[in-house]
Design a protein around this ligand. Structure first.
Ligand code: 13P
Length: 249
């Protein structure tokens, strides 16, 4: 059985004080035991404040990006070791916003995934097609290219331990959620692909999150799909109540 994983991607939101408050509200709202793994991904500047709040709780901490180099003259970048020292357990890699606005490529995603794994961070690797690609019937080809590239050179054990987030770009921040059928279809496709690239047992262990306008009112249906193992939540993770409603969906 795969353990469900719900992660909040706060993107470029929340001051240090606001982040600590939101994390506190999430922790306090999680008094009921849950089998679900919960991860908060605030901006870099909020990591240590959120780490202090979630210390001693089952809530995990993720960053939204990292650099592949260990250290050096890379102004504005943050290394895996820095993330670990800030208390991170997870790191989002290759989010479509980074691919779209910050020049992230399949190749840089692969380098970052390798760096994260080497450091002991769990990568949450994002893939997903744009609206134009879906309309041109290229969803499978795009997702296959992204998954193949991201996992290039990894061992089976490394693949089994990471998380893939399927985030159709047209569903991110738009309020247009993929239908359960659309989402399940791509999740099953990714799992079958990993089965071919690695093995059936790796595919069976791999957790695949859905992301893109997941909200309390659609989370239950999406999470009930056979190959949907969790969610990567943007907008709805900025409010403790709606995030917790998804965690307990
Ligand atoms: P929204 O939930 O705001 O659509 O964002 C999804 C996302 O990009 C999570 O990484």
């Amino acid at each position: 059985m795969r353990k469900r994983i719900i992660a909040g991607n706060w993107k470029m939101n929340k001051s240090v004080t606001e982040a600590a408050e939101l994390a506190r509200a999430v922790v306090e709202g999680m008094k009921t035991a849950t089998e679900t793994e919960v991860v908060l991904c605030p901006p870099f500047t909020d990591l240590t404040a959120v780490a202090a709040v979630i210390q001693g709780t089952p809530v995990g901490l993720g960053a939204q990006n990292l650099h592949w180099e260990e250290k050096g003259a890379y102004t504005g970048e943050v290394s895996a070791a820095m993330l670990l020292s800030a208390g991170c357990t997870h790191v989002i890699i290759g989010h479509s916003e980074r691919r779209q606005y910050f020049g992230e490529t399949d190749e840089s995603v692969n380098r970052k995934v390798k760096t994260a794994l080497k450091a002991g961070l769990i990568p949450i690797v994002c893939v997903g097609e744009t609206l134009a690609e879906r309309q041109a019937d290229e969803t499978a080809a795009v997702v296959e290219r992204q998954v193949r590239a991201a996992l290039e050179g990894l061992t089976d054990a490394q693949v089994a331990g990471l998380v893939i987030a399927y985030e159709p770009v047209w569903a991110i921040g738009t309020g247009v959620v993929a239908t359960t059928e659309q989402a399940q279809e791509v999740h099953a496709f990714i799992r079958a692909l990993v089965g071919k690239l690695c093995s059936e047992s790796v595919a069976a262990a791999l957790r695949i999150q859905y992301g893109g306008s997941m909200k309390p009112d659609n989370a239950g249906q999406l999470l009930a799909q056979k190959d949907i193992d969790g969610g990567l939540i943007g907008g709805a993770s900025l409010d403790a109540r709606s995030f917790l409603d998804i965690v307990y969906a």
